[in-house]
Write a protein that binds this ligand. Structure first.
Ligand code: SAM
Length: 302
């Protein structure tokens, strides 16, 4: 059966009933039923033969099959045994698709190493290869997946994903808005990010309660090179926004209480032209937070 017939409401309904399945909310099982939009996710990924694609959430395999015609290699991961079996039928003909039946995350903060290992092996097999994340992501794990991939030494060259619109807006948020968060700073410090298309609930089965968005998240090597210690910057940013309404000085004093005394914190802050006694993290630009992080990294010698 062609991909277009396999991703309609009636097909999904019938197939799920045949195998006694109900879409599982906990696993974010909302399937895209508009093939043009499935294609738009793949097109945003600009998939080339030198690309390995990581797809998290195989579902019934319709996006996977579309991408397999263009990509050099695909690793597609599905947590649900029944869906994994269903997708096997669809993906059988493709020699370049590696299917994994597992949780893509090892724990809340780390991707499973078995997901990345086959990607790395393929990428290292010839010069000029890279990897991209292209997926209709399960919403409950979208943030850890994207944050973790950006933390890697060898991050993806591009991320083209469907996520909750609200999460996409948080990634793009500017200072002094309610959406501006550690995630905004983290993503914008490393990538160019844009919303390609907003998707209403009606293009999914079953329909979720909220809007979604196809996002293009482009990691920029120069941005990454400007951050001396990614892990430090990540932890520092998260601690700044943990108490976002508190004054910056007291947040920093408490974050570094084991390592710096108050006069030492004040000495670092005094050197920063944008700092004033009423400063709060949520008002600082991404560049200012980077500078702040770097000054404190040097002060604690990490
Ligand atoms: N790619 C399909 C599509 O576009 O219609 C399905 C996308 S659906 C939004 C997300 C899929 O991710 C579901 O099939 C779900 O079972 C799977 N999933 C949820 N959590 C997962 C996890 N932690 N690891 C791997 N797959 C997961």
């Amino acid at each position: 059966m062609s991909t277009s017939n396999r991703q309609t409401i009636s097909y999904l309904n019938r197939r799920f009933r045949q195998v006694g399945l109900e879409p599982n909310k906990r696993h974010g099982q909302n399937f895209l039923i508009d093939l043009n939009l499935v294609r738009m996710i793949a097109d945003t990924g600009d998939i080339q033969p030198c690309d390995a694609i990581l797809e998290i959430g195989t579902g019934t395999g319709s996006l996977t099959a579309m991408m397999a015609e263009k990509a050099g290699f695909i690793v597609t991961v599905e947590i649900d045994e029944h869906l994994h079996q269903l997708a096997k039928e669809e993906l059988e003909p493709f020699r370049n698709v590696w299917m994994l039946r597992q949780d893509a995350l090892k724990n809340k903060n780390n991707l499973s190493p078995t997901v990345l290992a086959p990607i790395r092996e393929w990428v290292q097999g010839a010069p000029g290869r890279g990897f991209k994340l292209v997926a209709n992501l399960p919403y409950n794990v979208a943030t850890p997946i994207i944050s973790n991939l950006l933390m890697l030494e060898d991050p993806p060259t591009l991320i083209s994903v469907t996520i909750q619109k609200e999460l996409g807006e948080r990634m793009m948020a500017v200072p002094s808005t309610k959406d501006y968060s550690a995630l905004s700073v983290w993503v914008q410090a490393l990538c160019d990010v844009s919303i390609v298309r907003v998707l209403p609930p009606t293009v999914f089965w079953p329909a979720p309660k909220v809007d979604s968005a196809i996002m293009r998240i482009q990691p920029i090597p120069e941005k990454r090179a400007a951050i001396a210690n990614l892990a430090f910057f990540h932890t520092f940013t998260r601690s700044l926004f943990f108490h976002r309404r508190k004054f910056l000085r007291s947040v920093i004093i408490s974050a570094f209480k084991e390592k710096l005394n108050k006069p030492q914190v004040d000495a670092v802050l005094a050197e920063l032209p944008f700092y004033h006694s009423n400063s709060r993290a949520e008002e600082l630009s991404v560049a200012q937070i980077q500078e702040l992080s770097e000054r404190f990294r040097l002060a604690v010698k990490q």
